[in-house]
Design a protein around this ligand. Structure first.
Ligand code: FES
Ligand code: MG
Length: 586
């Protein structure tokens, strides 16, 4: 078999180009004989850097990946990926997902790489790298950096993000001071690795395994554990064989694999960012995955993982209890994994790989027949507010669930008075404004927070009630928005509304004090305002130049705003999805 890299390094039909390609790569001590020996050249797409602390440990792990590549007879070329740090990048790291995707597509397509190790971890690094692997379609294997160790504060588990959201409420209610608040925050992040809660990072790393793109068990091993170095070595060894077997992303990430991942997402209590990213990865493979699929495949699946924010444990506990293999074995044993035949990067099927896995702590990964919560997947809503928005049912309180969701004999819709904010600044400026008269009958709505309105989409839908309500013990109001919600937040929000206000979706027409009706049983969400009035509002808004949002701050913000699709379509760059399997074209 002729390797792709040999078009660069061993092409006697074009000696001058071959010479130019080969002479500079000899600079780091490799010999011409090695480059022309027919050994697979394996890229390590390196996401770790000082700008990306969650993934920084990949700089260490890459050494073990390299050892594995060499042990299997490959040659390693490590190269950087555009940094994406969830907690560091302004205005939002989600803006950079598609930028890192574009950069990695160019690197994989334009350089002599036969296979690639995708170093995933912090939230958007996982989808960015899987999307690029999908587009280029050379053999690829993902490697998580692993979660941080458990965080502890005053003898209790303190989870990334979740501990901050909780302490923020205590700070607002005057129960703790600023220094105590900062102590909780730093205690929740005790080591290298990604967020130790079931936020977007743990979700996406687990789903990368459930899709079949990581070695079994590779998702959940905490970053500092010795096993993390060992699985890095195994990953390096395996990618070389995947090149020899020509096992490509399109062989692994099939429609069936995505359905398996949706089921796994319900079972782990995964983040509401997952549909955006999985729909996006699928789009780059030419697979149409919709939020209806998330409901039809995923909603009926129970929540097994007792991990924050839906439960009490953290990433280290999840790993020790069995991690993703434990969850998959529980799903398999109960015939709940729809496609056990789906192939993984091992070359073996899900069923073969996971059937013998064990759950060693049923407090952390609960039995399928005695779960944390029944039917815990997402619900997809639609109406005159939007065409699609999702709700994570695993974090809905028991009272709310019993009243509005779990009683088919007496289905009840909830209604509320809308309090509308235009973007996060407006929310911060006005949430304490007494003139709004916010009480427990209100629904907080935020718009201007979608892929166009707030480029990349803002994680702002989990809005807190005003201090007056918090002091009365009302810590949550229903929230709706065209933005996202941090995966580490436990709020019962309706989010990722598509189309967003900035694309003239129904949210753009909403006014404060309008009545809203949300029916989770029929999956509808509507403004209770007559059609002709809504139409008049639309005409007036269009005449005024449409829904207004802040100016672009960077060239990329302008480029992405012009090309990006909505959340329900994976927030992909629309022109990019037609480029598929481009490694196979000359
Ligand atoms: Fe990087 Fe959570 S902030 S993983
Ligand atoms: Mg996040």
């Amino acid at each position: 078999m002729k390797l792709r890299s040999q078009q660069w390094f061993d092409n006697p039909d074009n000696p001058s180009m071959t010479a130019l390609y080969i002479e500079r790569y000899l600079n780091f001590g490799i010999t011409r004989e090695e480059l022309q020996s027919g050994k697979p050249i394996i890229g390590i797409a390196q996401t770790g850097s000082d700008l990306s602390p969650c993934n920084r440990h990949h700089i260490e792990l890459a050494k073990r990946v390299r050892d594995g590549i060499v042990a299997s007879g490959g040659i390693c070329f490590e190269f950087p990926v555009h940094p994406i740090q969830e907690t560091g990048k302004r205005p939002t790291a989600a803006l950079d997902r598609n930028l890192a995707y574009l950069g990695l597509v160019e690197s994989l397509h334009g350089y002599p790489i036969d296979g690639v190790v995708l170093t995933i971890g912090c939230d958007k690094t996982t989808p960015a790298l899987l999307m690029a692997a999908a587009t280029v379609n050379i053999p690829a294997i993902a490697l998580s950096v692993g979660p941080m160790l458990n965080g502890w504060h005053k003898g209790k588990r303190a989870g990334s993000g979740t501990a901050i959201w909780q302490a923020r409420k205590e700070l607002a209610a005057g129960e703790i001071n600023y220094d105590e608040f900062m102590d909780v925050a730093t205690a929740s992040a005790p080591s290298v690795g990604y967020c130790n809660t079931m936020g977007t990072a743990t979700t996406m790393n687990s789903l990368a395994e459930a899709l079949g793109m990581q070695l079994p068990g590779a998702a959940a091993i905490p970053a500092p554990y010795r096993e993390r170095g060992q699985i890095s070595y195994e990953t390096g060894k395996r990618i070389v064989d995947m090149v020899r077997e020509d096992l490509k992303p399109s062989d692994v990430m099939t429609r069936e694999a995505f359905e398996n991942a949706i089921v796994a997402n319900s079972a782990i209590g995964g983040s509401t960012n997952a549909p955006i990213h999985l729909n996006g990865i699928a789009a780059h493979l030419g697979i149409e995955l919709t939020n209806d699929d998330w409901q039809s495949v995923g909603h009926k699946i129970p929540l097994l993982c007792n991990v924050q924010p839906a439960g009490e444990y953290l990433g280290e506990d999840f790993h020790q209890a069995g991690g993703v293999p434990g969850v998959m074995s529980e799903l398999l044993a109960n015939d709940a994994l729809p496609h056990p035949d789906a192939v993984t990067v091992t070359g073996k099927s899900m069923g073969e790989v996971y059937a013998s896995a064990k759950v060693s702590n049923a407090d952390v990964i609960m039995p399928f027949n005695a779960p944390m919560k029944a039917a815990a997947g997402f619900i997809n809503l639609r109406g005159n507010l939007f065409n699609s928005a999702i709700m994570k049912t695993s974090v809905i309180s028991e009272e709310f669930r019993a009243r509005y969701l779990s009683n088919p004999d007496d289905p009840e819709a909830f209604e509320g008075r809308a309090i509308v904010f235009d973007g996060p600044e407006d929310y911060h400026d006005r949430i304490e404004d007494d003139a709004l008269g916010i009480d427990e009958t209100c629904i907080l709505v935020i718009r201007g927070a979608g892929p166009i309105g707030h480029p990349g989409g803002a994680e702002v839908v989990n809005m807190q009630p005003p201090a007056s309500l918090l002091k009365r013990g009302i810590t949550e109001l229903p929230c709706i928005g065209d933005g996202r919600q941090s995966g580490t937040s436990g709020s019962p929000s309706i989010l990722n509304a598509s189309p967003e206000a900035a694309a003239m979706g129904g949210l753009a027409l909403l006014e404060t004090n309008d009545k809203l009706r949300i029916d989770l049983n029929t999956g509808t969400a509507d403004i209770l305002v007559a059609d002709d009035i809504l139409e008049a509002r639309r005409v007036a808004l269009e005449e005024a130049g449409g829904y207004q949002y802040p100016d672009h701050q960077t060239p990329w913000q302008e480029i992405q705003r012009g090309l990006v699709d909505q959340f329900d379509k994976g927030m992909v760059l629309k022109p990019a999805v037609k480029y598929q399997r481009i490694a196979q074209t000359k």
